[in-house]
Ligand binder design. Structure first.
Ligand code: NAG
Ligand code: NAG
Ligand code: NAG
Ligand code: NAG
Ligand code: NAG
Ligand code: NAG
Ligand code: NAG
Length: 489
């Protein structure tokens, strides 16, 4: 006969296998949502929140920092940004990082994902000149996190390329692979003993063309292999953060539409994931086939999708310790040739669009589709042999709302679908990251789209931070799902 204690701990011990068990660890909570919850997430599950250097740091020219492509863009072409704003000061996290860490801790997160500004530590992108004050900033940040019990996850490249490297062709120039390796080497050497979670590059799909992507894949693989050869004794885990939407067929009884979803997934996520995470490596066969054929049809004597050598395929394949996923929204898919010729979308032969029934956010590209999250996690689980998946970004945008019920609704829906992927489908999701802890500079949207759990008053000299309603929601959710910590099981 099981004692009440055993009954209570059983679901926790069963971990992944438990399905719809009822635990009573939340008794006494005054939150309706918590009372409704049935179980906590698996033991060891990590809740994180994230930012990126250019979006929060400010201090664009402080203490020897070199210029990056975003500094240059916002200063030479302000009209590129929706509200003609820039990240010169942003959230001023360069100076206020201790306040940020206090907030992150208050909200209950155990991990903070941030990025290093390449030109802050290497002003011209190369190790010819190392900017010690820049390295000191990140050392201070990491030390403060660790002293507050928050684990750092560091992204090496989150879109802010040093201008000096851009002037040599940026990611189009194959020598950038060597410069990225040198940069990674420096950062691993300085911070490898303190940082155990690494992301080489963030969302190559969102910013790069096919040729740039080719060098990005090589650069990622170089950094991964360098770590495993030279810094393996630190025992860190590395990956690359890939962004993906989920794809729904226009008509789920129509095989053509179902196939167009698969093509969409391969062109989008498979482009970068297949070379790294699949059994055989290299680009997805369907991309190879369609782009090679179109290139020939256009009268070219080469394919617009570059070839890896056999050796390169081997060097890139398997360069991951976990699957790092950024996910926000979904698309409906059907056959169709869209976009100019040649282009990624025309090669793909898919017409991808939003279902009019999906609720909007402040961002045109972000509609609320919680069930897409579960679908995508399952697609990855099946396609790449059941990897450990760490969600490195997920979040919702609005504008200047403190009582942000839209964000709460989004997080509730997406977290609930993630739970189903874990408990009902067996996906090995080990961590989840909210984008973002703070409102910040949202690239071309400037400050017109806000993703923070915490509001930032960008007009105020002190960049005043104020918790939104979603901050309390996420704190409760994390607490309820960390029952395995307090039960000591
Ligand atoms: C940094 O840029 C600001 C303008 O954003 C300027 O006022 C300041 O003088 C610059 N500082 C240095 C050290 O160049
Ligand atoms: C590529 O970078 C190298 C320096 O690493 C430079 O010598 C070369 O001119 C660059 N190529 C192009 C096309 O800019
Ligand atoms: C969906 O596809 C099926 C199979 O091709 C077809 O019979 C059905 O009419 C389609 N439904 C709509 C609404 O087009
Ligand atoms: C591409 O061309 C090859 C050779 O002509 C052909 O066998 C194949 O079916 C074509 N693929 C597509 C997707 O059109
Ligand atoms: C393609 O043709 C051009 C001349 O038209 C030539 O310079 C180039 O080397 C050719 N490339 C390949 C891969 O054969
Ligand atoms: C798309 O919208 C239609 C009409 O509102 C709805 O019936 C359908 O379920 C939606 N499909 C998805 C995948 O959300
Ligand atoms: C999930 O991944 C973690 C980390 O790789 C591993 O320790 C664990 O055994 C995996 N769980 C399952 C159920 O595969």
């Amino acid at each position: 006969m099981a004692s009440p204690t055993v009954i209570l701990l059983l679901p926790l011990a069963l971990g992944w296998l438990s399905s719809s068990v009822t635990t009573h660890v939340y008794d006494g909570s005054n939150s309706v949502f918590l009372v409704e919850r049935r179980r906590s997430l698996p033991k060891g599950f990590i809740f994180a929140t994230s930012t990126a250097a250019y979006q929060v740091e400010g201090a664009w020219n402080a203490s020897g920092k070199g210029e990056n492509i975003w500094d240059q863009m916002v200063h030479t072409n302000p009209g590129f940004i929706a509200d003609r704003s820039n990240g010169d000061t942003a959230c001023n996290s360069y100076n206020l990082y201790k306040d940020d860490i206090k907030l992150i801790k208050d909200l209950g997160f155990r991990m903070y994902r941030f990025s290093i500004s390449w030109s802050r530590v290497l002003p011209d992108g190369t190790t010819r000149q190392i900017n010690e004050p820049g390295l000191k900033y990140y050392d201070d940040l990491i030390n403060e996190l660790i002293s507050q019990g928050i684990e750092p996850m560091v992204t090496l490249y989150h879109w802010d390329l040093p201008v000096a490297l851009q002037n040599m062709g940026g990611w189009l120039n194959r020598t950038i692979v060597d410069y990225f390796q040198d940069y990674a080497d420096l950062i691993f050497a300085r911070f490898g003993s303190k940082v155990k979670w690494w992301i080489t590059i963030n969302e190559p799909f969102s910013i790069e063309t096919i040729w740039q992507g080719h060098n990005i894949l090589k650069a990622h693989a170089r950094a991964f292999r360098l770590y495993k050869a030279k810094y393996w004794h630190h025992g860190g885990k590395l990956s690359i953060s890939l962004d993906s939407t989920a794809a729904f067929p226009k008509n789920s009884s129509n095989e053509e539409d179902v196939r167009s979803c698969e093509r969409y997934m391969q062109f989008q996520l498979g482009w970068f994931a297949h070379p790294i995470f699949s059994t055989y490596g290299d680009y997805p066969a369907v991309m190879r086939d369609l782009i090679d054929n179109n290139s020939a049809r256009e009268g070219r004597n080469f394919s617009r999708l570059p070839y890896f050598t056999v050796k390169e395929i081997e060097q890139i394949r398997g360069t991951f310790d976990f699957f790092a996923l950024n996910h926000y929204s979904s698309r409906m898919c059907t056959n169709g040739k869209r976009g100019q010729s040649p282009s990624w979308s025309r090669d793909m032969e898919v017409y991808a669009y939003f279902n009019a029934s999906w609720p909007p956010s402040q961002s045109s590209w972000l509609k609320v589709v919680p069930e897409g999250f579960r679908k995508l996690l399952n697609w990855i689980n099946f396609e790449y042999n059941e990897p450990e998946i760490f969600v490195t970004e997920n979040g919702f945008s609005d504008y200047n709302v403190l009582d942000d019920q839209g964000r709460i609704n989004y997080l509730k829906g997406y977290l609930s679908e993630m739970e189903k992927a874990i408990y009902e489908d067996g996906c090995n999701v080990t961590g989840y990251t909210v984008w973002s802890v703070l409102d910040n500079f949202e690239w071309r949207a400037g400050y017109t789209e806000r993703f923070g759990l915490v509001h930032v008053d960008f007009e105020s000299p002190l960049k005043t931070r104020t918790k939104k309603a979603s901050a309390a929601f996420i704190k409760d959710y994390i607490e309820a799902n960390s029952a395995w910590i307090s039960t000591g099981s």
